[in-house]
Design a protein around this ligand. Structure first.
Ligand code: CTP
Length: 462
């Protein structure tokens, strides 16, 4: 029997196996083979004591499996050290190497350090029968791409799957951390910037690159891969965050983006909202374990991973979608809903008929936030509104909190100088009936993480 596939192992058993394998300095497969051999011989042998230099026994939480994808760059030599550092910390490492990576380090040295052979080929029958790229993609807590070359980032950003590394990255549902490494000009190139922005929007995490001397003589700038210990620190932070899901099991509804209110079949009233802040909150809430429904007006952002995204056009559609998503424990209204719509939108395109511009009668849209905040039954426990203000930000936001009946308002300055509309940063005030907290200007992702942490605290997570 050359290979074996074991299915339906419970998470608990997997965790114990990982722990046992890590403690014995073996891969999971080696450990399972040994257990089977012991069982078959009907003569249980005690687990072999550490074959590596003795370390403190790993704690249950430390029994983790990382899939390391090594890309083809000179920094690949640092990945050997990365494997060693991870295994020292009782983190099991399985390795996939691209074809180009094998020009820099050999599968033999990688395998020796990782404790099991490196995987290199999508069409290698041995690895497909033994493990398979889908299992490589899933049977781990985290995927780390180091070095992440410009080419590998481009493939990831565009969903290619023509080799083992890219196929695994496309098939995974695990968090992915990349450690970019390339020549500074490649890093600064518009195409790389575009790919990086796409990857970040897709939820891919990054560590580095650092600035400094490059391997090529006379070249310096940003593009050096982060040092192995920096990558290890990022990995450890992510692995411990994995166990911290303060919003696990909580249902959250979030609105985001503008609404489009039709004038006729081709024209509409809209506003400048990009949806970035609402999408960042949806990503942060999902990362904290929440069951998130994102009701989004028309934006150009991709659906956040792990979030149920409902796309709508108008304010009335948005209200219906929010009502349908209830019950929820928390509702966050980050959308810039159009206050008015055209009372009688034209069924056909309005034509210039010589009688001057059409007189468009406007009527008020339903206030989604106020409607949900004032529900008699099914009201979420925590209703959070946003206030987009161009002057007297706190004063107006406090009035809005009262008028709309919500629990918190996140107030931001949307004047042109504030740069919040469409920009990547936001300076907000978190306002409740009794308190005003002003947060410094920071990326919208950070505002989202802080808000989610506050929500978790308010829901009683320790
Ligand atoms: N909001 C809503 N439905 C509307 C209008 C606003 O749900 N029809 C929500 C927004 O999502 C936001 C909050 O109400 O959470 C405040 O939005 P904002 O545009 O700042 O306030 P307005 O209600 O439009 O008030 P004003 O025009 O007076 O600033």
């Amino acid at each position: 029997m050359g290979s074996l596939t074991v299915r339906n192992i419970s998470e608990d058993v997997k965790k114990r196996l990982r722990l046992r394998a890590a403690a014995n300095g073996r891969s999971m497969e080696e450990e399972i083979r040994l257990l089977l051999a012991e069982g078959a011989a009907d003569a249980p042998v005690a687990a072999k004591p550490n074959v590596r230099p003795a370390k403190a026994a790993p704690s249950e939480a430390a029994a983790s499996q990382v899939l390391l994808i090594i890309g083809g760059g000179i920094a690949a030599y640092k990945s050997l050290d990365l494997i060693r550092r991870l295994r020292e910390r009782a983190i099991a490492v399985r390795v996939v190497m691209t074809r180009a990576a094998q020009e820099f380090v050999t599968p033999m040295s990688v395998g020796a350090l990782a404790g099991e052979r490196a995987f290199t080929d999508l069409f290698d029958p041995a690895s497909e029968f033994d493990v398979g790229h889908i299992r490589l993609a899933r049977d781990n807590d985290l995927i780390v791409v180091a070095p992440a070359t410009a080419d590998l980032m481009a493939k990831m950003a565009n969903g290619h799957a023509d080799d083992l590394a890219s196929a695994v990255l496309l098939a995974t549902d695990r968090p992915v951390l990349i450690a970019p490494a390339m020549n500074p000009r490649m890093w600064g190139n518009a195409a790389t910037k575009r790919n990086l922005a796409r990857l970040v929007a897709d939820g891919v995490l990054t560590v580095g690159p650092n600035a400094g001397e490059m391997a090529e003589s006379g070249e310096a700038g940003t593009g050096r891969m982060a040092e192995p210990l920096e990558i290890v620190a990022a990995i450890e932070a992510l692995l411990s965050a994995r166990d911290e899901k303060p919003l696990a099991g909580r249902r959250i509804v979030i609105t985001a983006g503008p609404t489009h209110e039709p004038i006729d079949p081709v024209r509409y009233i809209a506003n400048r909202s990009s949806g970035k802040q609402g999408y960042a909150i949806a990503r942060a809430a999902a990362a904290a374990g929440a069951d998130v429904t994102l009701v989004s007006g028309p934006v150009t952002l991709p659906d956040p991973p792990g979030v149920k995204t409902v796309r709508v056009e108008s304010a009335r559609d948005m209200l219906r979608a929010v009502e349908k998503a209830l019950p929820a424990e928390v509702a966050i209204f980050a959308a810039a809903v159009a206050d008015w719509r055209v009372a009688q939108a034209g069924e056909q395109k309005l034509k210039k008929d010589g009688g001057g511009p059409p007189k468009l009668a406007l009527t008020e849209n339903p206030d989604i936030l106020a409607t949900i905040a004032r529900l008699k039954s099914n009201r979420p426990n925590l209703v959070v509104g946003f206030a987009a203000e161009t002057e007297k930000v706190i004063e107006h936001a406090k009035a809005k909190l009262k008028r709309k009946g919500c629990d918190w308002i996140v107030a931001n300055d949307v004047s042109a100088e504030g740069g919040a509309m469409g920009g990547d940063d936001n300076a907000v005030h978190l306002i409740s009936a009794s308190d005003v907290e002003s947060w410094p200007p920071q990326p919208k992702d950070e505002v989202a993480r802080q808000l989610v942490a506050r929500i978790a605290a308010a829901l009683g997570h320790q």
